[in-house]
Design a protein around this ligand. Structure first.
Ligand SMILES: Nc1ncnc2c1ncn2[C@@H]1O[C@H](COP(=O)(O)OP(=O)(O)OP(=O)(O)O)[C@@H](O)[C@H]1O
Ligand SMILES: [Mg+2]
Length: 370
């Protein structure tokens, strides 16, 4: 039995998730504990500015990489103390870092995460695996999404085809066919909560629309929705991945300004939920087979209105969360990075070429020894 830590801070910038997992000698994953820690206001503001404006100096970039690394190191130490564990108990940390730019389709493709792993290894005294995406990109892949490989390991069933939908800032979908002859499919469908959060923050001055109550008070405007759905990303063929470089305030404001009719803020909110749920349900219908189930994870699993709309759009198919198949929806992503670190430390591939488009399976990440 070996213990691994997974650390994730996703596109929503809502907090840093830390998960503790164990792996049996045969590599079977087990969940032990997890927690979300807030990002201090000053750092949160700097990260948001950096990601939104895509402008900085080399000095600032270097500094913020260290500050985030120090925060992650401190939080891991705090988390381990809470669970009465020491550095020697943990084989490795898998730290995703904060994505500041994801550019898998450019002439010189890359995906850049920050949160300095040297600092994490130094502060915790634990071997740290980081920079998971670049190797897949070097092998011709998108470098994303990486979680479908973990979904496959944990959630695949021989009895039914399963869709796992992670609704974080961005939404990604994994199809796990029951037949081992069929390849796993996975890609980013587009916005998850990122636009819903942006509009809530700008209009209500709240971090998110709790339970989707505000959206539920509005009405979807179909003409406005069509304009949002015109985005070419939705029609792109797979493999594909996206991020805040595309779906951000600028994208939202540009499309919304093209809309010439009056629309009240609650109706905009309802339409943004519809954008998330329509793009997810359309993709599910594209790949749907006769016998499938849908399981949701990520923060979107707490948005009751969003789940109700998704259920309506998918008709008779029962939409549940991943909790009923073994892992609470809040911890899937962080656990995935503990699993990816386990794969790296045991010299096993972490990517799924059928998902990312990489030329071959490969071990991912860089190892920073304790
Ligand atoms: N009670 C709630 N009601 C409505 N929305 C919620 C609630 N709790 C969380 N959320 C939404 O979930 C988001 C956080 O989700 P999550 O942590 O999965 O995203 P993430 O960190 O961006 O991950 P990813 O890497 O998958 O993009 C919040 O920003 C918010 O929009
Ligand atoms: Mg999060």
């Amino acid at each position: 039995m070996s213990y691994y830590i997974g650390v994730m801070s996703g596109t929503s910038l809502d907090g840093i998730d830390i998960a503790l997992s164990d792996f049996s000698d045969s590599g079977e994953f087990g969940f032990i504990a997890a927690e979300t820690f807030p990002i201090p206001t000053e750092l949160h503001g700097k990260l948001l500015l950096l990601i939104n404006n895509q402008e900085t100096t080399l000095e600032e970039l270097g500094a913020i990489d260290i500050v985030l690394g120090q925060l992650i190191g401190k939080l891991i130490n705090q988390f381990l103390t809470q669970h009465q564990l020491g550095a020697d108990d943990i084989t490795a940390i898998g730290s995703h870092g904060q994505t500041i730019y994801h550019s898998p389709n450019s002439s010189y493709p890359f995906s850049q995460q920050i949160g300095n792993a040297n600092v994490i290894a130094e502060m915790t005294g634990i071997t740290t695996v980081a920079d998971f995406r670049q190797r897949d990109i070097a092998a011709g892949g998108q470098g994303a999404p990486l979680v479908p490989a973990f979904h496959q390991a944990l959630f695949r069933s021989l009895n039914e085809d399963r869709f796992i939908v992670n609704i974080g800032g961005i939404s990604n979908l994994t199809l796990l066919p029951s037949s081992s002859k069929q390849a796993v499919i996975g890609f980013d469908t587009g916005p998850g909560n990122v636009l819903i959060d942006y509009w809530t923050q700008s209009q209500l001055k709240q971090p998110y629309d709790r339970g989707g109550q505000w959206a539920a008070s509005g009405q979807c405007d179909n003409e406005y929705l069509s304009l949002l759905l015109n985005e070419p990303y939705f029609k792109q063929t797979i493999p594909k991945s996206t991020g805040r470089e595309l779906f951000n305030a600028k994208w939202f404001e540009k499309v919304t300004h093209q809309y010439r009719h009056n629309i009240n803020p609650a109706d905009i909110q309802a339409t943004l939920v519809e954008l998330t749920t329509r793009t997810i349900s359309d993709e599910i219908k594209t790949y749907a087979t006769s016998k499938y189930q849908v399981f949701i994870c990520g923060g979107g699993a707490h948005n009751d209105y969003l789940l109700t709309r998704l259920q309506d759009l998918l008709g008779e198919r029962q939409v549940s969360t991943t909790e009923i198949i073994g892992l609470h929806p809040d911890w899937v992503e962080a656990c995935a990075f503990s699993w990816l670190a386990y794969r790296t430390m045991t010299k096993q591939a972490g990517n799924l070429p059928s998902v990312t488009g990489a030329k071959h399976p490969t071990t991912l990440g860089a190892i920073y020894p304790a």
